[in-house]
Design a protein around this ligand. Structure first.
Ligand SMILES: Cc1ncc(COP(=O)(O)O)c(C=O)c1O
Ligand SMILES: NCCCCNCC[C@H](N)C(=O)O
Length: 363
């Protein structure tokens, strides 16, 4: 198959989905796929057997979730526009407003379905200011319990997203206790609470049993259905970006240019200033570079068993979360195809992109 392509591996996805089931069954919590992280719908047939539905950040994600995943569909947006709300309500089982003012504005249009409000507990586990929902002056949710009390009879749930790649169960436990202590009287008046995403429960060694027990205690204490909104936890480790070396040179370091681009195909690495990951080891240190004209278009430096040469195939790990949803046409670099490694090992080409897609994207 012609590189570049994203390769989603169903057996790796199955590993995460098995943990998803373990957590759901032991805790009673429902899990909704966060489409902002991963929305590659050709593998939804597999995911829908192990998750309860989807949650969204926009009208289009909401519609995609309703049409391609089905089951329970949560509609969240930082701000709904007037022209979106009537359509949004037709797809959603629950609509979650980011602010009291949006709840007020769309009070009539949303009265036919369950409504929730985003609560901002004013702390998070994010190590990145950019991704910290509790950053100073954050617009993400309401935090004043007195104000929320005045609208509590119009909502049946809260969405509280405050974790980010949190692999530390004890930290999760402590922060949930803070939420219970600070917002307990409000929580008692609700039917459901979504604790958002960002809990790294499919990571190696994560104590899934303790998380399940903690969620169950929370659910029992407040009489609420708990939801989680995993993005990363659902798909971590399940996809790679397959590329080919196009050129090699040495400008003080050994450099290999591949037929892909960080800026265009793994943008999150640049945004968060982190290195990509290649499962390789060896004495030959090479910098793997993208083919766009951006000077810093670099996937990272890795050790290889042999010096690289033109035509070598490389596999860049963790290409599912916040990666495929962010691919773009920067420099007109050919957009990676989407391929799926089936459970029997065969590979299905799901989608190829060409010049027509590039042109169509711009006018
Ligand atoms: C409201 C909400 N829910 C869920 C998620 C998914 O988080 P993660 O992919 O870290 O699990 C996010 C991330 O942006 C979010 O903002
Ligand atoms: N891997 C580098 C950090 C990525 C942070 N992801 C942020 C998305 C997240 N769900 C959020 O914005 O809360």
């Amino acid at each position: 198959m012609q590189t570049p392509f994203y390769l989603i591996d169903r057996s790796k996805l199955a590993r995460n989905m098995a943990i998803m089931d373990e957590l759901r069954h032991a805790s009673g919590a429902k899990t909704l796929l966060a489409l902002k992280c991963f929305a590659t719908w050709p593998v939804f047939d597999q995911m829908r057997q192990h998750m309860d539905g989807t949650t969204s950040s926009s009208l289009y994600e909401l519609r995609l979730g309703a049409e391609k995943f089905g089951k329970e569909t949560h509609a969240y947006s930082v701000a709904w526009a007037d022209h979106e709300i009537a359509e949004a309500v037709t797809y959603a089982d629950k609509i979650i407003f980011n602010s009291i003012s949006q709840l007020d504005r769309f009070d009539n249009q949303s009265a036919s379905i369950a409504r929730g409000l985003r609560l901002n507990p004013r702390f998070s586990t994010s190590g990145f200011d950019l991704a910290d929902p509790a950053r100073p002056f954050s617009r993400l949710g309401e935090w004043d319990a007195g104000k929320i009390e005045t609208v509590i009879d119009r909502i049946s749930g809260f969405m509280i997203h405050y974790n980010c790649e949190n692999a530390d169960f004890d930290l999760f436990d402590r922060q949930l206790t803070r939420i219970e202590d600070e917002f307990g009287p409000l929580l008692k008046r609700l039917k459901w609470v979504s604790l958002g995403g960002g809990i790294h429960f499919t990571g190696d060694g994560y104590p899934v049993d303790r998380l399940a027990a903690r969620l169950k205690t929370f659910s029992d204490r407040f009489g609420v259905q708990v939801y989680l909104e995993p993005g990363e936890a659902a798909i971590t480790g399940a996809a790679s970006l397959e590329v080919t070396v196009l050129d090699v040179l040495n400008n003080g370091k050994d450099l290999a240019v591949v037929d892909s681009s960080v800026e265009a195909h793994m943008l999150d690495l640049l945004i968060y200033r982190i290195s990509g990951r290649i499962e390789t080891d060896g004495p030959h240190q090479w910098q793997i570079c993208g083919k766009s004209c951006l000077a810093g278009d670099v996937f990272g430096e890795f050790g290889f068993a042999e010096p690289l040469k033109v035509g070598d195939r490389l596999s860049i790990a963790d290409a599912a979360g916040y990666t495929m949803v962010k691919k773009n046409w920067f420099n007109g670099v050919k957009m990676p195809s989407i391929a799926i490694r089936e459970l029997d090992g065969s590979i299905t080409l799901s989608r190829e992109f060409g010049y027509a897609d590039f042109v169509g994207n711009l006018g």
